[in-house]
Design a protein around this ligand. Structure first.
Ligand SMILES: Nc1ncnc2c1ncn2[C@@H]1O[C@H](COP(=O)(O)OP(=O)(O)O)[C@@H](O)[C@H]1O
Ligand SMILES: [Mg+2]
Length: 254
């Protein structure tokens, strides 16, 4: 692709790499005019960082800059390993770092037209056999998490269930598997369009039936946790819509 073709289409990602002190960053040159590690520091006043404060590990911030509005996330460990280190991961090569891997998978999904945020930048800082990492993605405006919606509405909204099912099916059919499809990782915008976020440890490749069910069952458990009384009716709606859409698609292909 010639340079002029690349830059004439603003929706085209232009991934570039840049060495930073102690590590490396990659970024979308079509959106990030001033790359550098200041992009990943929530104390940098230029970013006007505000903690997201819902549904995560308290290491995500709404930020803004000449790249537009974004969400900055520092990778944090969960579970028992977090007692050993909250934010350090074992070095297994550049492309295997959480940030570079998530940037790459998001870029591929975004280019496929899937409902995911555009990745803006990702970085890691290496120290011997461990590293820390962070990612910056485009913010989807005016969203509610599925978790909030399910807590607020005891009756499942059919249109929302359809949209959520459609997004999950498109992800699977596109050859991507979400490693943590919980109710905070599904966002609904003001047009009730569903968006999927948080692709840490996502897997690329054909998604077999067992892995599809694993995603849907994970979502069921998460809904039960956030709203025990209303979870089942919502999950039934989403699961049924997924099955119907999937078999309709299979029939069309045959
Ligand atoms: N691109 C985005 N647009 C709008 N809100 C987002 C976006 N990414 C994350 N959020 C909000 O931040 C929360 C935490 O972000 P997430 O990427 O899921 O990180 P984690 O769960 O690891 O903390 C989400 O549940 C959502 O409320
Ligand atoms: Mg999350």
């Amino acid at each position: 692709m010639s340079e002029s073709t690349t830059f004439s289409d603003p929706s085209t990602l232009v991934p570039q790499e840049l060495a930073i002190v102690g590590g490396l960053m990659c970024y979308d040159a079509a959106r990030v005019a001033h790359p550098g590690d200041a992009l990943f520091d929530p104390r940098n006043p230029a970013l006007k960082a505000r903690p997201v404060g819902q549904g995560g590990r308290n290491a995500a911030w709404y930020v803004e800059g000449d790249f537009g509005r974004g969400v900055l996330r520092h990778y944090r460990r969960g579970g028992a390993v977090a007692r050993i280190s909250k934010d350090r991961y074992l070095w297994r090569g550049k492309r295997a770092t959480r940030a570079m891997a998530e940037f790459e998978v998001l870029a591929a999904m975004y280019s496929h037209g899937l409902p995911v945020p555009r990745p803006l930048a990702a970085a890691f800082w290496r120290s011997g056999i461990t590293y820390r990492a962070a990612i910056l993605v485009e913010r989807i405006d005016d969203v509610t998490t599925l978790a909030e919606l399910v807590q607020q509405q005891p009756v499942a909204d059919d249109a929302v269930c359809q949209q959520v099912a459609h997004a999950i099916l498109a992800l699977h059919d596109g050859g991507f598997w979400h490693a943590d499809l919980n109710a905070y990782n599904i966002l609904l915008d003001c047009n009730r369009r569903a968006w999927l976020i948080d692709f840490d440890k996502a897997v690329v490749g054909p998604v077999p039936a067992s892995k599809r069910s694993a995603n849907l069952n994970r979502l069921h458990r998460s809904l039960r946790k956030v709203s025990p009384d209303t979870a089942h009716v919502w999950w039934k709606g989403i699961n049924a819509a997924y099955m119907v859409l999937q078999s309709a698609k299979t029939r069309t292909v045959q």
